[in-house]
Design a protein around this ligand. Structure first.
Ligand code: PRX
Length: 649
């Protein structure tokens, strides 16, 4: 980490007035009521809240309790009335280079038309709707239409497979799904409608599937269930009044991986979440009204929900939405888009940076990137060398790097430098300091604060407006997962070090959750998918550190005796994981062994498999039942390495 301790000069940055930040931060902690009663004004309320925080039933904190508002109204109507109706809300760039520019007025019209169609289908406030769309303009339209009439939407990232989609449809109890015939990725069509059909063969209860025509390829439409978007939505002129929602009425459910096979449905509300995302975007990135903002995430993850859809629209900004792969048709794709659209702020992931860094400086040099003012990253720890490459080659040494640390559950940024409130000197690899209202502390196993420079667990002592309301239909798991390790405090599940200057360094997950290319994946979900294959008796999955993706997935499996453990089976397992969970879950390596290390009670010791496979010390193995299995793991890895070097040779 030594390399990461360099303090960069502040003078060249935006508002390098760290004492201003400190003052504002202090006030947010000392006088939260006063602070938030001012900062809630970033939105228009139908009924302004008089109570800031109801903490009478911890840990079910409720913000802005008697307030009423509507997120779609704040994203659209108020701008239409307020002089922005002709401003571009989105510049959408197709993977094949085509573009569509949609104004606030155009977006408003389309949202109203879809909201009308959804009402015509009989949907009403509180009903759940699953959105499974690629990166097309219909994605924000669907989100905002749902928000307008008080539906609870659950967006499922289009990279998930049929099994994962079915599980989310079932868990949310949605009766309506919005999808597309397909989406484009690396020049190929991903057949989304087909995946929906497969998912619906596994789960009942869906009455309607609304299908956007994007690729135009032939898809099957089931009579009475499937409807073309363009046939029911049309392009008329409708007005659907925005539902005045309670601040704590739910806005969306977003499923994220946890430490069991069952994903957790983080439930976000309307008021606290909206106030949080709007303020945090302003504080961290300081966008000015004329800037072009590009959050290069997928709308299907929380980053896209908060910082492609809600926050930039609340602030009346112009955003870029790019449909496809960042290396298609060539590795200068991102830089070309920045030049073509004169982008001012770019927000992307460390994996994207490391991927593009591999192609070398030649590609960014092909383009004029001088419009960039601020750069950001999210999703995983950024290593100092990637940070510096981004800073020098993309930001031209002018742009601060806003390393935003947060989670699906937190709704928006929690620890991040603030370009608006005052930047501290940046240290590459540190997310620096908390956003106003956030009270982080690093604790040891016994709940004592650890001294500076010592690794511990990150915990928040106080509730913040963006926090999720609960886990959908599972209050007990909400309390158990987040508020029981340290009573009454929110446990993030991440390791952290606070250095002697008070900077926070996030060091990755402390639980059984993987972070692959910034995607949060549960090891047990992958093990379940493997074990559900008829050939597999046992499975252990873990993450191996990877220089580009942060981590890659490694699986060890025991094949049942009735089957031949050959490459055909491995390929079958790969395609099964792809089909059930989606391509992002497919293990990079699958090793076959005769047995796995277990405790005497029969529990697979994943930790030992990982340590042995990665050539690390396995720690306490006193409970290990069969030592021969450790040699099995060693042998499998040696064989794999030998084969890999032969293939290279
Ligand atoms: O481990 C942390 C990592 O991503 C996890 C949250 O994943 P998810 O809910 O999918 O949200 C991703 C986008 C916010 C965290 O628990 N993480 C996220 N941002 C950072 C990070 N780790 C280090 N530095 C970050 N900036």
């Amino acid at each position: 980490m030594a390399e990461g301790r360099n303090v960069l000069p502040t003078g060249e940055y935006y508002n390098p007035n760290v004492s201003q930040y400190q003052q504002i931060y202090r006030r947010s902690i000392d006088d939260p009521e006063g602070f938030w009663s001012e900062h809630l004004n970033i939105l228009d309320w139908f009924q302004k809240p008089t109570r800031i925080l109801d903490d009478s039933n911890p840990p079910f904190y409720r913000w802005f309790v008697d307030g009423k508002l509507n997120a779609s109204y704040n994203a659209l109507d108020r701008h239409i009335k307020g002089g922005l109706r002709n401003k571009a809300a989105y510049i959408w760039v197709a993977e094949d280079g085509g573009e569509k520019i949609i104004t606030y007025d155009g977006l408003y019209r389309r949202v109203n038309n879809l909201a009308k169609a959804l009402l015509n289908l009989g949907l009403k406030k509180g009903d759940r709707i699953v959105i499974y769309l690629p990166m097309i303009l219909e994605a924000p339209v669907a989100i905002l239409a749902a928000a307008r009439i008080g539906l609870i939407f659950s967006f499922v990232f289009a990279g998930f497979g049929a099994g994962a989609l079915a599980e989310r449809i079932r868990a949310s109890g949605a009766r309506t799904v919005i999808t597309a015939d397909g989406g484009y990725r690396n020049g190929k069509v991903i057949e989304l409608k087909k995946i929906v059909d497969e998912a619906l063969a596994e789960t009942s209860g869906v009455d309607n599937v609304i299908v956007v025509r994007r690729t135009g390829h032939e898809v099957e439409m089931e009579d009475g269930r499937d409807i073309w978007w363009h046939e029911i939505v049309g392009d008329g002129v409708n007005y659907v009044p925005p539902e005045p929602l309670d601040s704590n009425d739910p806005l969306y459910i977003l499923y994220t991986s946890g430490t069991t096979g069952k994903p957790k449905g983080a439930l976000h509300g309307n008021g606290g979440y909206s106030v949080w995302v709007a303020n945090t975007l302003k504080w961290a990135f300081n966008p000015s009204p004329d800037d072009r903002w590009w959050c290069a995430a997928d709308i299907g993850w929380v980053t896209g929900h908060s910082y492609i859809v809600f926050a930039p629209l609340f602030l009346g900004l112009t955003s870029i939405i790019y449909e496809g792969s960042i290396v298609y048709p060539s590795p200068d794709r991102m830089w070309e888009i920045i030049e073509r659209y004169r982008v001012n702020i770019l927000y992307t992931s460390p994996t994207a940076i490391r991927t593009l860094m591999r192609y070398g400086e030649k590609y960014p040099k092909m383009h004029d990137l001088s419009t960039l003012k601020v750069l950001g990253t999210v999703g995983e720890p950024i290593n100092p060398s990637a940070w510096k490459w981004y800073y020098d080659n993309i930001g031209g040494g002018r742009c601060p790097i806003i390393d935003t640390y947060w989670q699906t559950e937190t709704g928006g940024f929690m620890i991040s430098p603030s370009a608006q409130l005052g930047l501290p000197p940046l240290k590459p690899g540190s997310a620096t300091f908390p956003m106003p209202g956030v009270d982080p502390v690093v604790l040891d196993e016994d709940g004592r604060e650890v001294p500076p420079e010592i690794k511990g667990y990150l915990v928040y002592r106080k509730p913040w407006p963006g926090m999720f309301l609960t886990l959908y239909n599972d209050d007990d798991r909400y309390v158990e997962t987040y508020f029981s390790k340290y009573k009454g405090m929110y446990y993030c599940g991440d390791y952290c070090v606070k250095d002697s200057d008070g900077y926070f360094w996030l060091l990755g997950r402390a639980d059984e959750v993987l972070n692959v290319a910034g995607h949060r994946l549960g090891t047990i979900e992958i093990e379940d998918a493997l074990i559900n294959s008829p050939e597999v008796a046992e499975a252990a999955v873990f993450g191996r550190p990877d220089p580009v993706k942060g981590e890659v997935i490694v699986a060890f499996v025991v094949i049942k005796e009735a089957y031949e453990a050959d490459t055909e089976i491995i390929n079958k397992l790969r395609s099964r994981v792809r089909k059930t969970l989606g391509p992002i879950y497919v293990p990079e390596e699958i090793h076959v062994v005769k047995g796995l290390p277990k405790t005497r009670s029969g529990k697979i010791m994943r930790r030992v498999v990982k340590a042995v496979a990665l050539d690390q010390l396995p720690g306490d193995v006193s409970t290990l039942e069969n030592e021969a299995t450790v040699d099995e793991v060693k042998k499998a890895i040696e064989l794999f390495k030998k084969e890999a070097s032969e293939n290279e040779g």
